[in-house]
Design a protein around this ligand. Structure first.
Ligand code: 5GP
Ligand code: MN
Length: 327
């Protein structure tokens, strides 16, 4: 019996929450759990509440049932928070979270603050979907549930490329494939496919990218006026930081987009031992060692300059360690 079974036994209403600006792992884990409960715990009445996810995730069963208006004064028997490292990241879901009779967090962020009554946090897991799979009864995972969990794993591993991918991740992905999912469509349609304007804004961001710290770092920014010009929203900016990261010789990639005048959402990626979760944490954000984010205010120059100081400090420390080893 897993902690999920223990929490669900005899439970009536379940509220499933994720993090603000939900990504593939967030949507996949929330809908994966919704579909699982329908099959394994039919006595529960589950609701998924999220900020409106990108339409490309529409193939997952239950996508149309996602509520984007958050309950304010309903007291659920159990609130399950997925892929969300702290209460603030629940966004408008925080009100219902506070009123819930019991709470459970399932996550894989090293920066998780253990804010629920029970917290299952596995920082070495590729994704929340991988953690969730471990808490489920494999026999009760339907093809629909499998498609959701596979989506989360694909997105958080960059299609099994990032260092968070383990042989366990691959084994789980294999078991999900055995449920009969259309894995190549999932990967193509939700991860690689881009609209014309998404390609245009990606191209523009690459064209305007700038390297710094002797070519070890790269950054690019998309301003509100650029998003207006191309007719895109923040949901259309997926993958830009990844393309910056794979630039030859780069230790650390930064991508900024403006959410309000002079307020920037920052995405950071590391190719080395450089710990971007630590830097994001310093600025009130969080994430993983090699992929993290935060929100910062000021001019673009101020934001990059502030981040650059922390990156340079870590690069110097890492280089000193290397020299010590060699010396
Ligand atoms: P991304 O750059 O793709 O938005 O996020 C990379 C990772 O950092 C994800 O795991 C995401 O959940 C986490 N992350 C991004 N922004 C924030 C933030 O503002 N706060 C926290 N706690 N985590 C973040
Ligand atoms: Mn995740």
């Amino acid at each position: 019996m897993t902690i999920l079974d223990k929490k669900l036994e005899g439970t009536g209403t379940v509220l499933i929450l994720g993090h603000v600006r939900p990504d593939g792992d967030c949507v996949g884990s929330c809908l994966g759990l919704l579909n699982y409960l329908e099959n394994a715990y039919p006595q529960t009445k589950a609701t998924v509440c999220l900020e409106a996810p990108a339409g490309k995730f529409g193939y997952m069963k239950g996508f149309d049932q996602i509520q984007t208006i958050f309950p304010q004064d309903t007291s659920y028997d159990l609130c399950i928070c997925l892929d969300c490292s702290d209460k603030e990241r629940l966004g408008a879901g925080a009100a219902a979270f506070q009123l819930a009779k019991d709470t459970l967090c399932i996550d894989h962020h090293i920066t998780n603050r253990n804010y629920c009554a029970e917290n299952v946090v596995e920082p070495n897991a590729s994704s929340t979907c991988e953690v969730l799979f471990g808490l489920m009864d494999e026999a009760k995972i339907t093809k629909e549930t499998a498609a959701c969990l596979y989506t989360g794993i694909v997105h958080d591993t960059g299609v099994f490329r990032y260092s968070c991918t383990s042989s366990k991740t691959m084994n789980i992905a294999g078991k999900l494939m055995d449920k009969g999912i259309d894995f190549s469509s999932i990967i193509d349609d939700s991860f690689f496919r881009k609209t014309y304007v998404q390609n245009q804004i990606l191209g523009r961001a690459l064209l305007e990218s700038i390297t710094f710290l002797h070519g070890k770092c790269i950054f690019s920014v998309v301003r509100l006026k650029d998003m207006d010009f191309y007719g895109v929203t923040s949901k259309d900016l997926d993958g830009i930081v990844e393309q910056l990261r794979v630039t030859e010789g780069i230790h650390c990639a930064l991508f900024l987009y403006e959410v309000e005048p002079q307020i920037f959402k920052v995405s950071m990626r590391s190719n080395t031992a450089l710990d971007v979760a630590k830097i994001a944490g310093y600025f009130g954000g969080g994430g993983h060692v090699k992929a993290a984010g935060c929100t910062m205010s000021g001019s673009i120059y101020d934001v990059v300059n502030n981040l650059s100081g922390h990156i340079e400090k870590q690069i110097l420390e890492l280089e000193a360690k290397e020299e010590e080893k060699e010396g």
